[in-house]
Ligand binder design. Structure first.
Ligand code: CO
Length: 245
């Protein structure tokens, strides 16, 4: 039977973010399954259309699955790079019925513990408290962010740009820090629109501006999680587990 691996991401229109945060994850997954034909897809309709208009053809997940099935692939491993089991993940998983589908990055307790300790390492590297911007959602999976927050080490803070855990929740704890300096970083696969605008942009509502207005020295770390080797290992391990189970 013909076998394939389809790596499914939300996607981004930021070329640099694709190069540094999505492509390395895809490449590592492809390399881990050399017996499977490699394929990629993005779940964001908006991003797929925008890229197409620029002459870059990355299909949506439905189209990619259809092409693989039409090519006679009966065994498709769908490796999802989504953070949480939210709307985008659920839709991809439903379309991939009958395939092996990996769980999102932040799912089991062990995933959250591993992420929490990894983020503690980033804070140590930065030498200052770390404020993370998760995406957040109105979907029930928003609760994953609260679960992760409860596991974060001292000096690591998490809020979301959407959903019910906004930056305001963190301000009392941040204002109580002994030193007024923080690093801000996206808790997302890529540093794309949210990272460059909502997190570190110069507009009055960006987290950087809000924190600066409260007297903080804010250092933006515009790096998506896909650039971290440990995160890529987590994806490969999840993919291996869905093949072995
Ligand atoms: Co968004």
């Amino acid at each position: 039977m013909k076998k394939a691996i389809l790596v499914v991401s939300f996607g981004t229109t930021w070329r640099e973010a694709r190069r540094t945060c999505i492509a390395p994850v895809e490449d590592e997954l492809f390399a881990a399954f050399p017996d499977r034909a490699p394929a990629r897809a993005y779940t964001s309709r908006f991003i797929v259309r925008r890229l197409q208009a620029q002459g870059e053809d990355i299909p949506g997940e439905a189209e990619a699955l259809e092409a693989l099935r039409a090519a006679g692939c009966g065994d498709i491993l769908v490796a999802c790079t989504h953070m949480i089991p939210g709307e985008e993940y659920e839709r991809a998983a439903a379309l991939a019925e009958g395939c092996r589908v990996t769980r999102p990055l932040l799912d089991a307790e062990a995933d959250l513990e591993r992420m929490a300790s990894l983020l503690g390492g980033v804070a140590r590297e930065e030498g200052r408290p770390l404020v993370l911007m998760g995406h957040g959602t109105d979907h029930a999976a928003d609760g994953v962010y609260a679960r992760l927050r409860s596991k974060l080490p001292e000096g690591v803070f998490l809020a979301c740009v959407e959903g019910s855990h906004g930056l305001a929740e963190l301000l009392p704890a941040l204002d109580a820090l002994p030193e007024k300096r923080v690093t801000v970083m996206p808790l997302m696969l890529v540093a794309g629109d949210h990272a460059h605008n909502d997190l570190a942009g110069d507009g009055p509502d960006s987290w950087k501006s809000v924190l600066e207005a409260r007297g903080f020295d804010v250092r933006p770390r515009l790096q998506g999680l896909g650039a971290l080797a440990e995160v890529r290992r987590m994806y490969v391990e999840k993919a291996r587990r869905s093949v072995d189970s």
